[in-house]
Design a protein around this ligand. Sequence first.
Ligand SMILES: [Zn+2]
Ligand SMILES: [Zn+2]
Length: 411
Amino acid sequence: MEMKYRFLGGADMVGRMGMTMEANGKTMLVEYGLSPTKPPEFPLPAPKVDHVFLTHAHLDHCGMLPQVCGRNDCELFTTPLSAQIAELMMNDTLKIAKAEEYVQPYNALEIEKTMDAVVPMSYGDTITLDGIDVTMLDAGHIPGAAMFAFEKDVRTIYSGDIHTESQRLVGKAKPSDCTNLFVEGTYAGRSHPPRKETEKKFLAKIREVIDRGGTVLIPCFAVGRTQEIMLLLKDLRYDMWVDGMGRSVTRLFMEYPEYLKDFRALKDAKKRFSEVRNAGQRDYAKKGNIIVTTGGMLDGGPILGYLRNLKDDPKSAILLVGYQAEDTNGRMLLEQGCINIDGEAVRIECEIQKYDFSAHADHGQIVKFIEECDPDNVIFMHSDNRDLFLPDLQDYNVILPETGKEFRLEV
Ligand SMILES: [Zn+2]
Ligand SMILES: [Zn+2]
């Protein structure tokens, strides 16, 4: 049997994912996200769909689901943890749209209806839909992240975002035999330094900054990175604070220990950090040694308050631990040493350092993963420069789909 595929977004970029799969008069949608730019950018409109699959709860994968699941009668297959985090993310998207006066892509009722559509699945579970067996696999990346295997005459795997090396928070994605492999290529042409070395340098810098009388500010994404950093710092004997949406996400992670590599370790880390629950506590946090807070790209959230407070102190440091997209404060800080607060360019005198704590497999790890899955067809997505993989994949039929254009594969 043949399946018709069409990307609605996210094929040739990191952001606004969405792909339809059509066979036997039924349409499935894999992910529906947005690019969290200012204002956000959306994928192409989705057709009427019967089933929806969500790999994980980062905004570029889940941020637009209410437009589909809130307006169609469809089932949404994902891990219960991803569903809970997605609800947080979707509500936050709506809150930001209201505050910034952006177009509101959906309403609160449609978020509720999306949550009602959730059919929870766990790693290893298989369901049969219209004659196709769908199995959920562990993707590494962040807690609750999944890959999907679709199987009828042949096997097709959709990776979502994956990491093939173990992190402190989660284990790794394992390769699995298939004929068609849809795989992310975020790190095309780039490789990560060994994680252990990065961790060592990062901890040494923290000690250096605190020893010279400075404060360490660590802007972090709420989902995954905040907790990975808390796990790394949990044995330090400093005054450590955590602020922003990462706190709620940590609580959700703790409710689903089966998706964590080491529940006890995260529980210990949570205890070691003081949580900022209100504005008054933020004043205490400002006097602490280490502050871990959202937003990860310095474009909003409590981070801006801390920056205002520390900006003139060359003894303090801002340690960036995540990807800084173009046109964000984080990128501006790295390239120009200043950020934009309320339309005003503010010079930052603190030391600025960047560390690679990526939750994605790098170029070499993706190539190895592909070789171990041993597919005939490799379909690249979630990448700004997919063609960098071509020289390493001459034994495969590589497909670089374009947004909006249909292609067919055996299923
Ligand atoms: Zn992701
Ligand atoms: Zn992603």
